[in-house]
Design a binder for this molecule. Sequence first.
Ligand SMILES: [Zn+2]
Ligand SMILES: [Zn+2]
Length: 368
Amino acid sequence: MPTTPDASVNPRLTATVRAPAARSMARPDVEAEKATTAQQFALGLFVVIPLLAVAAAIPALWGWGLGWHDVIIALVFYWVSGLGITVGFHRYFTHSSFKANRPLRIAMAIAGSLAIEGPVITWVSDHRRHHKYSDKEGDPHSPWRFGPGWQSLAKGLVWAHTGWLFDPNKTSQEKFSPDLLADSSIRKVDGFFGGWVAISLLAPALIGGLWGMSFHAALTAFFWASLVRVALLHHVTWSINSICHVFGNEDFVVRDKSRNVAWLAIASFGESWHNLHHADPTCARHGALRGQLDPSARVIWAFERLGWAWDVRWPDEERLATKRPAGARRVLGSMTKGAMARRATARNAEQPGEKSIKPASQADRQAA
Ligand SMILES: [Zn+2]
Ligand SMILES: [Zn+2]
């Protein structure tokens, strides 16, 4: 059984960066049981086959095998599974950026599972471990794992993008996700992962086939809305681990190498504002500065307005002010804690009969 946080880490990193807190903890960060070769082979199929599908898809762009039905089904599945990861697995389950009612909680666990990025408890455990050791010994997917030189960094980028998925050391769920293990519904969603994979791949084909009333329509929908959609979403998600820990802007002061990458913002639903995310991990909006698009934050905002989500941790002006580098000029956007509270007060003043968004948070405020 390993006694260090990650027995497989580079000794060069080990020599320079220690993690004393982890060594003193009774529970190891990784499970005693390693992933089997068969599990790694199956994972390899899911990484390689969708990629080959994208390459083979390029000629199809010029006039055959792609229709509006396929585009619409692919976009819907990209949104549902992608937001399941960003709003659900990441901001809600990993970081508790907001509270949600039970149906939304279950729906987010299912939607994220459709992205085929692993079962919810595995995903959350890996990601909590990433934040605990970010770019240091014990981080499951740091691009700086092999050192700072360009050759080491090139190797590190491949590792952070996909290589780490094949690491036989599995993050300890008991250590990192006891809250999720304690929820029997979430454990059921987690245990049914194979079923969600099948649904995610076959539902687009079924919908496409019924919509176009042909086998050909089912096949093209499967190709675009299952294989290509999964491949794109995988690479966008993995880019957050690789690209967003190497390239981009440091708008906020952080202890790691996380950066803000604008060109990935739309495809990643706002997750590429990764520098702010590491500066303030529980913040519900990652694109906190003015002009930084963050579709996931807008979805959380909609859940809050519907009364399905509450206690949302919107960017806190005072807290973030302390994390800005000296001389930073760009101001925060409009979805901050103070601005949201001012708008809610103005709304309630206009409509005195209207109920507050969620009775629980109102009661909390009165109690405070
Ligand atoms: Zn990160
Ligand atoms: Zn995170």
